[in-house]
Each structure stands twice: as structure tokens, then as C-alpha cells.
Design a protein around this ligand. Structure first.
Ligand SMILES: Cc1cc2nc3c(=O)[nH]c(=O)nc-3n(C[C@H](O)[C@H](O)[C@H](O)COP(=O)(O)O)c2cc1C
Length: 275
């Protein structure tokens, strides 16, 4: 396969997916001796543009798992604005130590519809956006080493002209995972929005600038005027730790995750590679 350049395309609200796809993309470009670039598909303006690729591109497409699938408000943009042309690609899904469930299958399906050819895939346990108690610090150096080794394998396949369609677990059209609370019952926090501690907030506007939904009013950052997808971008970007969620159902879900999926309970979960 004649590959002339590598492009990583990612949606990444709290930075894990960006780190994973850029590590993989840069390692692959270096191994193949071709240029590397990336497209940050996270913010609303970037998701309004079309990105077209040809058969001599190799694309690394990455997204996180939300409720066992891809973030539902973002999926239409992946389906509309990434335009392949028999473009070989790697599908990358990160998840926060619980499970990626059907997210990888959904990403591969949407890429196929977009005329990409998924020939490799990877799922990487990463720090959960909701809490540092799950997969804290990941992707870490061990993950970076493993991803670079995987890039070597993808390169070998491409150079030997042996890249074939990849098989991944899960079902693209499966329903979403229903978050549970500590009591095991569904935790309904769809309408929860971040609050602002006005004693701490300095109105720097970071939260509004990083919101992938453009939901925070830049003039009055205490106002969440749009849809909140609970991605935690504002919480993690705030230099004063002024943003927080106090929705009881959300907090109960986070407590359940800590009880059942913290590193101390699960041990270190492995990256899964598919080729
Ligand atoms: C709204 C939401 C839902 C999530 N759902 C899941 C899930 O079902 N399973 C899981 O293991 N992690 C889940 N996570 C954790 C993210 O998949 C994980 O933290 C991911 O690496 C975040 O990627 P990013 O840093 O690129 O935004 C969820 C995170 C958020 C914000």
C-alpha cells in the first residue's frame, strides 16, 4: 500500500484521546517515513468543516466512549464531515476503565459509511473524565511504548501490502449503557449542568473556550445556555477549580464507578489491539 501521509483526527474533550492518537500517528509516520499532521475535531467550529482523504492517506480516527458508544451529540459530525476515498485507517477508542462496550464497533461502522477502510483498531483504558480514581495517569509511558510497538505492526502490514479489514468486538447499533447509581438503579443525570463557585471564578473564559458544545456563555460563564454532555472539559480546564457538578444522580454514578472500577479494584486494564 502506497501511503503518502498520516493524519490523526480526534474528538477529545479531556485530552486522553488526543494523546493516544497523536502518539500512534507520530510513531506510524516515523516508521513509514512520511509526514504527520492532526485535526482536532473537538470544538464546534472545527466540526463544521469537511475533511477529505484519498487512498494514499492513512487516517487515525479517535473518540472516547460515552455510555458504551460514541458521544451521541458528536456522532453526526463524524458521519458528515469526515470524507474518505478508500482511505485505510485505524480506529481508536478510549474508555475510562469500565468498558468500551460497543464504541469501537460504532466507530468502525461510521468510518466504513464515510468510505474509510478500518484495517486496525485499538481500545485504550484512560483516566475517567468523571474521576481520577479510575485509570489515573493513563495513557502513561507503558501505554506510549505499547502504542509505538503497535504502530510498527501496522507499518509492517502496510509495507507488505497485507492490510485487511479489521474485526472488532461489539455491535454498532446496540443501545447505550445506562449509568447506574450506588443503589444499582439507573442514575438519571441527563439534565445536569456544571455549577460555578463564584468565590473562585475569575471569569477568565477558559471554560467557555473549551466547551465542545459551545454551551457556556463567554460573557457570563456561570450561565450554561446550551446542551451539556457532561464531558468535564470545563471542570478540567478551569485554572481555579471553580466548576463542579452537584447533581445527586451524577455523584451517585461517580461513587458507583469508584466502588467497582477504580484501579484498586480492577488492577491495570490492558490495551486491546486489533489488526
Ligand atoms: C459522559 C461520559 C460518559 C462516559 N462513559 C463511559 C463508559 O461508558 N465506559 C467507560 O469505560 N468510560 C466512560 N467514560 C470515560 C471516557 O470514555 C474516558 O475518560 C475517555 O478517555 C475520555 O476521553 P477524552 O479525554 O479524549 O475526552 C465516559 C466519560 C464521559 C464524560
Amino acid at each position: 500500500m502506497n501511503i503518502e501521509k498520516i493524519t490523526a483526527v480526534y474528538w477529545s474533550a479531556s485530552g486522553n484521546t488526543r494523546r493516544v492518537v497523536t502518539v500512534l500517528g507520530q510513531a506510524l509516520a516515523q516508521r513509514l517515513g512520511v509526514p504527520y499532521s492532526d485535526i482536532d475535531f473537538t470544538l464546534p467550529a472545527a466540526r463544521k468543516q469537511d475533511y477529505s482523504f484519498s487512498a494514499t492517506d492513512f487516517v487515525i480516527a479517535g473518540a472516547p466512549t460515552y455510555a458504551g458508544k460514541l458521544p451521541n451529540k458528536i456522532l453526526p459530525d463524524f458521519a458528515t464531515h469526515l470524507i474518505g476515498g478508500h482511505t485505510p485507517c485505524a480506529a481508536v477508542v478510549t474508555y475510562g476503565n469500565r468498558s468500551f462496550d460497543n464504541a469501537l464497533a460504532e466507530l468502525c461502522a461510521v468510518l466504513q459509511k464515510d468510505e474509510f477502510l478500518p484495517v486496525s483498531a485499538v481500545t485504550v483504558p484512560c483516566r475517567h473524565a468523571f474521576t481520577d480514581a479510575l485509570a489515573n495517569g493513563r495513557p502513561d509511558e507503558k501505554d506510549v511504548t505499547a502504542l509505538a510497538a503497535f504502530a510498527d505492526k501496522i507499518a509492517d502490514r502496510l509495507m507488505a501490502d497485507k492490510a485487511t479489514p479489521v474485526c472488532v468486538p461489539g455491535q454498532a447499533d446496540a443501545p447505550y449503557y445506562i449509568p447506574q447509581g450506588r443503589d444499582g438503579k439507573p442514575a438519571k443525570f441527563l439534565k445536569a449542568k456544571p455549577k460555578t463557585d463564584i468565590e473562585r471564578c475569575i471569569s477568565c473564559g477558559h471554560c467557555a473556550a473549551v466547551c465542545p458544545m459551545g454551551a457556556i456563555d463567554a460573557e457570563d460563564v456561570t450561565a450554561v445556555t446550551g446542551i451539556c454532555i457532561k464531558c468535564q472539559a470545563c471542570i478540567r480546564a478551569c485554572p481555579k477549580q471553580a466548576k463542579y457538578f452537584d447533581d445527586p444522580a451524577f455523584l451517585s454514578h461517580v461513587a458507583m464507578l469508584k466502588e467497582h472500577f477504580a484501579d484498586t479494584v480492577t488492577g491495570r486494564k490492558a490495551i486491546s489491539f486489533y489488526l
